[in-house]
Write a protein that binds this ligand. Sequence first.
Ligand SMILES: [Zn+2]
Length: 282
Amino acid sequence: MRWMIIAAIILWVFAITGCAFVTEDEPGESAADKADRETVKVFSEPDGEPSGEKFSEASPGKLKPLPEADKAAEAPSIQRPGIVNRDELKVIADGDYLLALVTKETTLRSDYQPDDLKAVPDYMYPSRDMKLRKEALDHLIKLWHAAKEDGVTPHILSAYRSYDYQAVLFQSYADTHGEEAANRFSARPGQSEHQLGTAVDFGGTPFDLTADFADTEQGHWLAENAHIFGFALSYPEGKEHITGYVFEPWHYRYIGVDAAVEWKESGKTLKEYLETKPQYFD
Ligand SMILES: [Zn+2]
């Protein structure tokens, strides 16, 4: 009988350590692969999101209906879904302008692409090959190291996206959720700050791309410090009637250090702040 007991103990120990391996780094796995694996895990949640890093924008989770007050305030500043008339959109003259107003009433040209895109370094755990404009990336690097010194390790879930990429992304959400719901958490092509090459989605927590990200160490750190490095939170909580988008505590846009500090002190949404700045349309 003794050998059976010993065998049972060996099997038990194996089972315990085997389980532990599942949550540890896999041998020979690069940081980027690990980030990939975790992103896939996040997007394999049962709410029907497309899985894999290619579709790493918002996970809408359970969208709350708009409060009645918001619905009243919604018109006319928020464009009604399904009646987007692209001829009525103001066409942004220069996407390189750091303070360009990108909203549901404006659009970047489909061929606008920044010409100074640089690769996001691997140590920031980009979930695929990612790029940002040079000035934004230089400041993101400073932000990243400052966060790291405070014990926070941001992962970069999304950065520059082309017009065409955004079109595919938005269509995939519209197919799943309907256009109206999709446009509350995902921008139509031409209306994404990611096309500017200055917007970043942060992550690396179990609550990535959900409102609960705001309550993580990383969410708190970014809310308190991102502006010091020139980054503004684009879609704050409770401001959907102004911004047109649900709370996205992970999405920041680089607008320059002076502007970001001024924005933070203003207490305004980024949209309202940028509306006080000169804007140029074709
Ligand atoms: Zn984003």
